[in-house]
Design a protein around this ligand. Sequence first.
Ligand code: PDD
Length: 283
Amino acid sequence: MSRIAYVNGSYVHHASAAVHVEDRGYQFADAVYEVVAVLNGKILDMEPHLARLSRSLQSLQIAMPMSDKALSVVLNEVKRQNRLRNGILYFQVSRGVAAREHGFPDGSISPSVVVTAKRLNFDAIKEKQKTGISVKTMVETRWARPDIKTVCLLANVLAKAEANKGGATDAWFVDHNGMVTEGTANNAWIIKGSTLITRELSNDILAGITRSSLLEVAEKEGLKIEERSFSVAEAKAADEAFITSTTNFVMPVVSIDGQKIGDGKPGSICQKLIKFYWNYLEN
Ligand code: PDD
């Protein structure tokens, strides 16, 4: 748990950290966010996360609240003040505070910025990587721009809850053509033979930073890659499956809708990818 949070220019006790009740992030989900991992005291992939934040803000016509350099100073300071060695930093930028009105005031309000820290036990993730997770497929119910990392996550929250109720770890959204888009907070992948398959970038999915780093790692290791959509049927018939995200890194998926993938255990290519990715992160 964060002990110190950053809110609009001040480092404050987490317990009393607050934004205004008329913050547009609170009222309209008019806000974007990022999550970066901290591993052994180091913030991972800071640059691409800041670049994606900037893209998200631009898409919503919210001004960048401060320079990348200033924001990275704040992130490092929150990390330092919380003595965070392993965990995540969450940062959110909303359009700001204004009397509730759907139309937003033009340039007259300043964005609200919040940063919090959370400890995570990455050994627990490593343990989970040995057994993998299960997913349940579900009709895509999100708005049409999940490529923008907004805090508008209600569909994701409900899908995850429904998956959990049915005994699955997470949900995979499926578009109206029967093709998998992504997980509730992760990108979806399958492996057929020795080829990695993950949906191509478009407005339909978030351009995951882990996705992009893993593509680079996999390419360097000489693995075959296809960036294209795949159906639920193709996923169920795949040899292996996995998800990627900042908090799960590379996590094997061993069952989809109760159907075993491969022999129901993390497959050999996935295990290799996990190893390659830890090497990439730790070096
Ligand atoms: N989620 N797709 C969605 C919908 C996501 O929310 C995320 C990340 C990803 C993976 O992106 P990345 O590799 O950059 O973490 C894909 C974060 C971790 C979250 O909401 O907590």
